[in-house]
Design a protein around this ligand. Sequence first.
Ligand code: AMP
Ligand code: ZN
Ligand code: FE
Ligand code: FE
Length: 288
Amino acid sequence: MTAAPRIDLHTHSTASDGTLSPAELVRAAADAGLDVVAVTDHDTTAGWEAAVGALPPGLTLIRGAELSCRWFGVEPAIPLHLLAYLFDPAEPELVAELARVRLAREERGERIVRLLQADGIDVSWPEILAGAAGGTVGRPHIAQALIRAGLVATTTEAFGPDWLGERYRLPKEDIDVFRAVALVRAAGGVPVFAHPRATRRGRIVSDELIVELAAAGLAGLEADHEDHSPAERAHVRGLAAELGLLVTGSSDFHGTHKTVRLGAHTTDPEAYERIVAAASGVTPVASG
Ligand code: AMP
Ligand code: ZN
Ligand code: FE
Ligand code: FE
């Protein structure tokens, strides 16, 4: 009997806030013993080409992204992340939304830096932008500046309430989550709700909203994720079973911006096959 394939459907590269380039990421995925890896940078497909170009033999690449979304059904609106797999990267409306969100991220990053500077904290926006090196800018890049300035020791500390977690936290201009689900489907992609019960990151949406999202085209829920407790994972599995949604598990690897390792959580082959079967935007890529 051959071992079950190891499938990790959520990772970040330097195209957003990971620390490995897309090429380094796929090589690291192969070294970690993965059979399938999805590259899911925040609000961009910029890493796809380099990942395809560097794909090691035996590894299958799922091209994806993690979309910054918001549910506007409550005040204030709740931010959430939608993983999108195998969508057409040229679908005009989706392309426009992603470009808008990336620009809004830069404006928000600069405003966060101005708030820090107003309190006498020595951080520089051009330096942070340079640190992102053309990738989607996020708070992890600002966290790195706080570490470089000796103000905090770790990324985790930088996300604490005194820093980017609360005091210097500003909202992004995200995509309405129902619009995002529709756009991903229209682009032939498969939308999966990332870490839906991650209470440690902030407010989460209700199960009732997930029921509505499922009716609107959501395909799956990410259950096994480091930000979910065992009880939260079980809850997500139960909800997915009730709604007929597929369930994924993933590392959400960010290189050295987080401690989690590639393949720390994985997805069952059956769920993976459902994603591939439901997609019509782009195909999985396998090299030799
Ligand atoms: P942003 O997209 O700019 O709002 O930043 C959110 C990103 O920061 C997430 O995608 C994670 O990669 C990272 N992040 C959020 N919370 C934490 C945390 N407590 N520790 C480390 N990284 C975090
Ligand atoms: Zn991230
Ligand atoms: Fe996320
Ligand atoms: Fe992520």
